[in-house]
Design a protein. Sequence first.
Length: 445
Amino acid sequence: MTSNGKKTSAIWGGRFESGPDAVMDAINVSIDTDKRMYRQDIAGSRAHCRMLGKQGIIPQGDADAILNGLDQIEAEMDAGTFEFKRAYEDIHMNVEARLTEIIGPVAGRLHTARSRNDQVATGFRLWVRDAVDGLIGQIDTAIAALQGQADKNKTTIMPGFTHLQVAQPVTLALHLDAYVQMLSRDRARFVDARKRVNESPLGSAALAGTSYPIDRAMTAKDMGFDRPLSNTMDGVSSRDFALEVMAAISICGTHLSRLAEEIVLWSTPQFGFIRISDGFSSGSSIMPQKRNPDAAELVRAKTGRMNGNLIALLTVMKGLPLAYNKDMQEDKAAMFESVDALSLCLAATASMIEGMTVNADVMADAAEGGYATATELADWMVQTLGVPFRDAHHATGAAVKMAENKGVRLDQLTLADLQTIDPRITEDARSVLSAPAALKRRKLI
């Protein structure tokens, strides 16, 4: 309270004569969002407190009291009994206020040689690091599900597509392995991004470091960081580590969305390649026959949120001068939502792939249709007759047109039919026109 009786901020009341406007309070308060960082905030405070005690910046007895108080606060939060108060704006001040209630004025020593600027940057990096570790584990699970289905379908023949038109016969294993490769690169992106997340900004203070004899290497090691960030202004104001992770999230989400689109297509009666388990399908409120692949559709849709959050944070950061600006408070909501969305999509995708039923006969029939072995005939003509590929391509196109006019598959054309196109064609050419035969000719990686 000020001398005129007006309520002031609990954080900077000495500078202001009155408290914030209600609208300012609404736009400024972040506790509803950043309270999920409580474990990371407390971990940062523990490391800072241990360092303050060791360096003799605060009495060791006070450091011990603070650490005991932080243990109690974390236990309350874990148990769900902690009362988060909007009056304290964010997770940092909620912890400090409760610490004061528990141990008294000694709690005020915790913020020695520290600013909320490096405090929030530290807690956020710890949270993002934990999130990345979790996503890597989920990617591994999704990869295992894809590999499991691929292993069971090494000889399951299906049409490969380009432009969503039948192209050449492939195996389902090859198709699924393409997504294994995509997710493996996603995993590598997260592993690489983690290296840049895992640097400690603690000790940067507001922007210019501190005159206290702190030990930044000690706090960095305490929290499992590889090293302290070398520039204090960069430490409090950079969010490229978050942008990099969110970019990796968007790329991974895009890969899952592509797979989801194929699940949607393949589960239609028109394709009939697969059947999604009941647990990941839904019905219709009016049409009792429906089996809707809703989980796959929602995986496809949530990628839009991931992409939108990445663009939102890029836009927030694009015009900010050094060092910290309150705009950066918007980083956490975007990151949290993107991590949650990708985590859910990875879980749904792994379960859908693991539980899907493959209709191998339908796939094989589809591989024989659409003239998928036309390229095999062209290659045979090049390899056996020695004709230029463009001439072979033209001749094969004529064969496809003939089959189309006759209403038969390419392998159902007779030798006489083929010899009307090129009399040099022999019976051996017909042996390459079935989908299994075409696959046997593939000897390379």
